[in-house]
Design a protein around this ligand. Structure first.
Ligand code: SF4
Length: 369
């Protein structure tokens, strides 16, 4: 997506930036129109400055938190057929799989030995796996590891699929998952929350209303959840703003309901959609815009998984937290190259002037934050 600079005089431009700066300094909110204006007209330094003002409401300017985590892909069988996906295999495909508990425990043990404590499960819409599979898996993990680790059990869209496949209402499915020891669902499967985008690329992956209703039910069930976004397909700036507006409104209605916001970038290899990757600069500008617009989110996270060292530059563009991911087949198959040198990744953040602090999510290890 190219930066479209309107034909403004220097004085007009500066006055618009000054107006937005004043709003932010007064802790007032910028409008959707102003967000679009910033995207099209603000230079990087202005975005950094404005994002830093919002970031400073929640976090010390020179500190960033991180955690070591692994995504566990428990099945690659999926019937949603999103055209941007490099990961899925249809049922009966020779290289389709469903992982058993021993395989999953070994993945957990390996990262625990390295000091990791967060695991995010991500699979597909597998018509063979009804809720019993998940209750057994998550219940067994909680029984074996107790509170020494934490896990993001499902994405919002997997939850929707599993509940329908199992002929359960969402509240009922969530109550069963909670009883099995699940505490977190994540906002995965959002990509771009604009129905126009979803119709083009993932018509079987639920509408925006279905997705947001599920987020509401997750909170009503007493579970935690997050917000995510993926950019760099063929979405327009208006579709990106649809997404940001939807989650900002949701967060207004459910204060701090969405624990964090994480945006990562589309990888265009080995899938039907193809295309090319957006630039690192575009990602950073987007990050800054999100920090400015999502003024009711405490945590804005940078994506080391898809941006590597560039993600740590994102700490200057408003992010305050990042994962160090050990593995994620979904993005790796699409072209992501994971860097596993923890000290080097922390070094990137430190080189940007940030003190890095490990964030603990397992309640058995330290206070949850
Ligand atoms: S992105 Fe997720 S839901 Fe879509 S095809 Fe891939 S695995 Fe299935």
């Amino acid at each position: 997506m190219s930066l479209v600079t309107q034909n403004l005089s220097v004085a007009e431009r500066n006055s618009s930036v000054a107006e937005i700066r004043k709003l932010i300094n007064d802790k007032e909110r910028i409008s959707r129109g102003q967000a679009k204006w910033l995207w099209q007209n603000a230079n990087d330094n202005e975005l950094i400055e404005l994002a830093s003002l919002v970031r400073a409401r929640y976090h010390k300017p020179d500190e960033a938190t991180y955690l070591l985590m692994r995504i566990i892909n428990y099945t690659n069988i999926c019937v949603a057929k999103c055209d941007y996906c490099s990961f899925y295999r249809l049922p009966l495909a020779k290289d389709g799989y469903v992982r058993d508990k021993e395989w999953i425990f070994a993945k957990i043990d390996e990262l625990v030995a390295l000091g990791g404590e967060l695991f995010a499960f991500n699979g597909g819409f597998n018509p063979q796996l009804k809720i019993d599979y998940y209750l057994d898996l998550f219940g067994s993990i909680r029984q074996k590891y107790g509170d020494t680790i934490e896990f993001y059990a499902l994405t919002v869209v997997e939850l929707l699929y599993i509940a329908r496949l199992s002929k359960l209402s969402l509240p009922h499915a969530l109550a069963l998952l909670k009883a099995a020891g699940v505490r977190w669902i994540t906002g995965g499967g959002a990509e771009i929350l604009a129905d126009s985008f979803r119709l083009r690329h993932s018509p079987l992956k639920y509408t925006v209303a279905e997705y947001m209703d599920a987020q509401k039910e997750i909170l009503a069930a007493g579970l935690k959840t997050t917000a995510t976004m993926v950019i760099g397909f063929d979405e327009s700036i208006d579709e990106r703003l649809d997404h940001l507006e939807t989650i900002r409104q949701f967060q207004d209605q459910h204060p701090d309901g969405l624990f964090s916001f994480l945006s990562w970038t589309y990888k265009p290899y080995n899938n039907e959609l193809g295309g090319h990757e957006i630039s690192g600069e575009e990602y950073l500008r987007h990050l800054a815009l999100c920090r400015i617009y999502l003024d009711n989110f405490r945590h804005i996270r940078a994506s080391v998984l898809t941006q590597n060292a560039n993600a740590l530059r994102g700490l200057k563009y408003g992010a305050n937290d990042f994962d160090i991911p050990w593995e994620d087949e979904v993005t790796q198959l699409a072209g992501a190259v994971i860097e596993r040198d923890v000290q080097r990744i922390l070094g990137y953040a430190q080189a940007e002037g940030f003190k890095t602090i490990a964030r603990h999510v397992a309640s058995g290890k330290s206070p949850v934050s």
